[in-house]
Structures are given as C-alpha cells and as structure tokens.
Design a protein around this ligand. Structure first.
Ligand code: NAI
Ligand code: ISE
Length: 336
C-alpha cells in the first residue's frame, strides 16, 4: 500500500524530505505540497519530477481528500497550528522539530492527541535513528562502560543565517541533544545552566556564540554541551560518555582517509543534511511502516513536549546565569 503524503514547507528540509519520500523510501508518495512561497513549491515539484498538486495553504492541503498523512517542514512558529489541524482532521502528522515553539503549545498538541484517542504525531528527532548513536546506546545498555557519570558533547555549525538568535541555540540546535542524550541515558533532566565563553569574532553582533549548556539528570549524570554555530570549519557533532569504568564515543561519519601532500587527513562535513542523511531516511521510513502497521512508535508529541520544557529552562538560564530547575510532568500511560 502506498501512503499519500502532503508536505507543508518546501525549504531546505522540506525539499529533502519530499525527495526521499518520492525517490528513496518505500511505500509513500507526495501528492500535495504547499509553501507561503508558492513559486518555490512549484519549482520543487518540477525539479523533483513528481506529480504533486500545489495547494494555496497548509489548511487546504490538510483537508484534501487524497492526503492521508501530513509532513510539516515550515518555520517553527507555524508548526502548532498545522499539527493541531491535522489531529482535528484525524490525519497522522510527521512534524519537524520543534513540535511547537513553546511548552504550552506542545502541551496543547499532547492534549488534542490524547483526546483523539490514538497516537497521530511523530516529531522529527532523527538522532535516535542514527547508526552511530544506536551503537553508542547499545554499548551503554550492555553495561560495557559501567553506569554513565558524565557526557561531553558538542554541536557545531560552520555558520548560521542572520535571523538566528541566542535563544535559537537552544530551541533550534541544542534541542537535538536534549532529545538524544535523554534517550541515550534513559533518564531525564532536573536542572540547566548556561555559561558564555568569550564571543567568537565570526558571530553577528546580536548573537552570543558559543555557549556551554550544563545539564544534570535525575540519575546524577552531569552533561556539558558546547553549542558553537559559527565554528567555520565544519558541521561537527561530538558525544563522549564517561562511564564508571570506560568511555564511549559517538563514531565519526565515514570519510576517505587521505595520504597526500605530506598529510594524513579526513574530510569534515559542512552540512547537517549530509551528516544525518541516513537517519532522516530511517526515521521517515519508520513513520510510513508504523502507519501501515497501525501504530506510531517513533519520537512522540510527549517527547516534543518534554524537550520544550527543558528548552524553556535553558533559555531562562541563558538570561539568569543561574542553575534553573527543570520540572517535568510525569509521562501519561498513553505515551508508554
Ligand atoms: P527553511 O527556511 O529553509 O524552509 C522553511 C519553509 O517554510 C520556507 O520555504 C518558508 O517559505 C515555508 N513557510 C513558512 N511559513 C509557512 C507557512 N505558514 N505555510 C507554508 N510554508 C511556510 O527552513 P528549514 O531549514 O527547512 O527548517 C524548517 C523546519 O525544519 C524548522 O522547524 C527547522 O527547525 C526544522 N529542521 C530540522 C532539521 C533536523 O535536523 N531535524 C534540519 C533542518 C531544519
Ligand atoms: C537545524 O535546524 C537542524 O535541526 C540541524 O539538525 C541542526 O544540527 C542545526 O544546527 C539546525 O540549524
């Protein structure tokens, strides 16, 4: 059976997802697209050679009779409205992160989904589908380094657009670590602090970059995440878990090792699209397959909600400089 998907937002990741849904994955086709930039939406349809109708807006797309599932890849502030509309229409929805830009917005989605009575939402947290993170988790779960004590992590982008603000380092960037590190440790956060080193010269005037986020978990694990979005040299994701009797590191992406010009070297990727290309394929294939099997199992709206609650504490900590508590509600049985 082929799942007919409508895609809202045909920008950087929207286009990538349309490509993989149309040409890489099994069991899906894109039958509808929309973007506030209608010309761009039409261009994407043409360039990717697909037979999708271009709709005037997201609500018309969600209502379309042939759209069986929705993928939201528009700007973050529009996500809540479209996810709620998809739930109201009883249609499954894959929503790129963030699920909503506020914890209250995520809460409204969680409540609407529970009122519907069945899971309809998967959030685009793809790192738990990345083979390197899965290997890391397998090492921890098999007790090969003892119980985790600390994590040292880094999320580095070569550069960001002029619209990127200091709080987006949390809501747009750190949000992936918030999700994947809790999943790795099978734990949740209890406090957050943010400290700012000397500012990088490449960072625009309004942006405080880099920043170091210090998280503490319920089991007492201490985590430092460096978020540095003007590092210039590459897109670089690092994660090292220090356990009671060993250390486990996230594998580097594979790259050809070069011996040339008196150097031994490996290339570093520049673009997030390439770093997690396989993980995006796997997460969306899981969405399609789970819907065919009748039950979503990937990152849920509850995961989106608790990530947003944690992000709120981090943003508060950016301003206060203090250690801020993270107070998470308990998980409803609906999301077990
Ligand atoms: P982008 O700016 O390249 O694309 C967003 C598109 O949404 C634009 O074409 C814009 O015209 C369109 N848009 C805005 N408001 C709309 C509306 N009301 N209706 C329809 N279209 C609308 O941004 P990008 O990088 O593609 O990011 C989109 C979302 O995906 C963001 O929430 C971002 O955080 C997330 N993202 C997730 C990634 C991941 O690793 N999971 C990677 C990159 C982005
Ligand atoms: C982007 O929005 C993403 O979600 C990427 O995965 C992330 O690594 C990057 O920093 C963000 O800008």
């Amino acid at each position: 059976m082929t799942l007919n998907i409508g895609v809202i937002g045909t920008g950087a990741i929207g286009r990538e997802h349309i490509r993989r849904l149309s040409h890489t994955l099994l069991g899906s086709r894109v039958v509808a697209v929309t973007d506030i930039n209608a010309e761009q939406a039409a261009r994407v349809v043409q360039e990717l050679g697909i037979a999708a109708e271009v709709y005037p807006d997201g609500h018309a797309l969600i209502a379309a009779a042939d759209v069986q599932a929705v993928l939201v890849a528009s700007w973050g502030p529009t996500h809540e409205e479209y996810v709620l509309a998809a739930i109201a229409a009883g249609k499954p929805v894959f929503c790129e992160k963030p699920l909503a830009t506020t914890a209250e917005g995520c809460r409204r989605i969680v409540e609407a989904e529970q009122a519907h009575g069945k899971r309809l939402v998967q959030v685009g947290f793809m790192r738990p589908y990345d083979v390197g993170y899965r290997q890391l988790k397998a090492v921890v779960d098999a007790d090969r380094i003892g119980a985790p004590l600390m994590i040292h992590a880094a999320h580095r982008n070569p550069t960001v657009s002029e619209h990127y603000s200091t709080d987006m380092a949390i809501t747009d960037t750190l949000i992936h670590e918030i999700n994947v590190l809790a999943w790795l440790l099978d734990d949740h956060y209890v406090s957050a602090q943010v400290v700012f080193p000397r500012k990088a010269p490449a960072a625009r005037e309004h942006l405080r970059d880099p920043q170091v986020v210090l998280l503490e978990t319920a089991k007492g694990v201490r985590i430092d995440v460096e978020v540095f979005v003007n590092c210039q040299y590459g897109y670089d994701i690092q994660c090292e878990i220090v356990g009671e009797r060993g250390i486990a590191r996230l594998p580097e992406p594979t790259s050809v090792q070069l011996r040339s010009e008196a150097r031994l070297s490996n290339e570093i990727l520049m673009d997030w699209k390439d770093r997690f290309i396989a993980a995006y394929d796997v997460e969306l294939q899981a969405f399609i397959d789970d819907l065919a099997a009748g039950q979503l199992t990937g990152p849920s709206s509850w995961d989106g909600y608790i990530a947003a609650v944690t992000a709120d504490a981090c943003i508060k900590a950016q301003d206060s400089g203090a250690i801020e508590p993270v107070t998470l509600p308990s998980r409803p049985a609906f999301y077990d």
